[in-house]
Design a binder for this molecule. Structure first.
Ligand SMILES: Cc1cc2nc3c(=O)[nH]c(=O)nc-3n(C[C@H](O)[C@H](O)[C@H](O)COP(=O)(O)OP(=O)(O)OC[C@H]3O[C@@H](n4cnc5c(N)ncnc54)[C@H](O)[C@@H]3O)c2cc1C
Length: 246
């Protein structure tokens, strides 16, 4: 018997599981899994040195990664052979029809977080609009989840958008191009501000970076298997992920 059953292993589900630490938790998920991963653990420049033709891995033998390139309502990165499982079957099994928005629905283990960019931002009061919840009410929950996953970034020119973060860790090292752009911005800040343009560091989830921050130039994307492993470690014996196929 379980104390709680969570349906869905996306960020919402794993956050709920974290809050239920110590109880017997069953997690159910539709559970689509990624295809076997090709060895693409580097940037495209380096990969091109060892693998001259990346078409099959990045776009697919049938070039399906280029499908709907001019009218896709969701990120193109979800089109590639390694990521298309994230939205697979959802249009057929759980369709959402609307004239005013496109719903991206995932039936994959780990949910849409299989494709996320590791950006972690608290809702601003203006985002919440007329919803019956305030940022002050959300703050203790944000604080708890931030302490668990670690947030890095900087209190810079985007502070008014991103707000303060109690235990903000230093930002990741920038790639050479980004460092050049940022230095140029800082030397001409007055000009940019006159034109209502501000540049700052992203707030990123440290747990998702997965490697030593000082070594990390481009953050990796968090993977469902890493989330599941982390939950198992946190709550050995009490965390159970159930899957049933067919
Ligand atoms: C390309 C991309 C980039 C993104 N980048 C960021 C970012 O940088 N920062 C950020 O904060 N957010 C980002 N997001 C958004 C973020 O990924 C989502 O907001 C988040 O994953 C939502 O979490 P969730 O748990 O509510 O739902 P989901 O992640 O969608 O998880 C839902 C889970 O429920 C399961 N499920 C659904 N229906 C059933 C069913 N009937 N039975 C059993 N299981 C079911 C699914 O399999 C899935 O595991 C990005 C999204 C995309 C697509």
């Amino acid at each position: 018997m379980f104390d709680a059953c969570i349906v869905g292993s996306g960020p919402g589900g794993v956050s709920a599981a974290l809050g239920l630490r110590g109880r017997r938790v069953c997690m159910l998920d539709a559970g689509l899994l990624p295809p076997p991963r090709p060895n693409l653990e580097s940037n495209v420049f380096d990969l091109r040195q060892s693998t001259p033709d990346l078409t099959s891995d990045l776009l697919g033998d049938d070039l399906s990664g280029l499908a709907h390139i001019f009218r896709t309502p969701v990120s193109l990165k979800l089109n590639s052979p390694g990521t298309s499982f994230i939205l697979e079957l959802a249009d057929r099994i759980t369709p959402v029809v609307s004239d005013s928005f496109h719903a991206a629905i995932s039936l994959a283990q780990g949910g849409l977080a299989n494709g996320w960019g590791a950006g972690v931002y608290r809702f601003h009061q203006r985002d919440l609009g007329a919803l019956p919840v305030t940022t002050a009410q959300l703050a203790p929950f944000y604080d708890a989840i931030s302490a668990h996953m670690g947030v890095c970034g900087a209190e810079d020119d985007l502070l008014s958008d991103f707000g303060t973060e109690p235990q903000l860790q230093p930002p990741v090292r920038l790639s050479a191009n980004m460092a050049r752009l940022y230095a140029r911005y800082q030397s001409r800040r007055a000009f940019f501000h006159r034109h209502h343009a501000r540049i700052g560091r992203a707030r990123l989830c440290e747990r998702a970076l997965g490697v030593d921050r000082d070594e990390c130039v481009e953050p990796a994307i968090i993977r469902a298997d890493a989330v599941e492993k982390s939950l198992r470690q946190l709550d050995a014996g009490n965390f159970s992920l159930s899957e049933r196929r067919g």
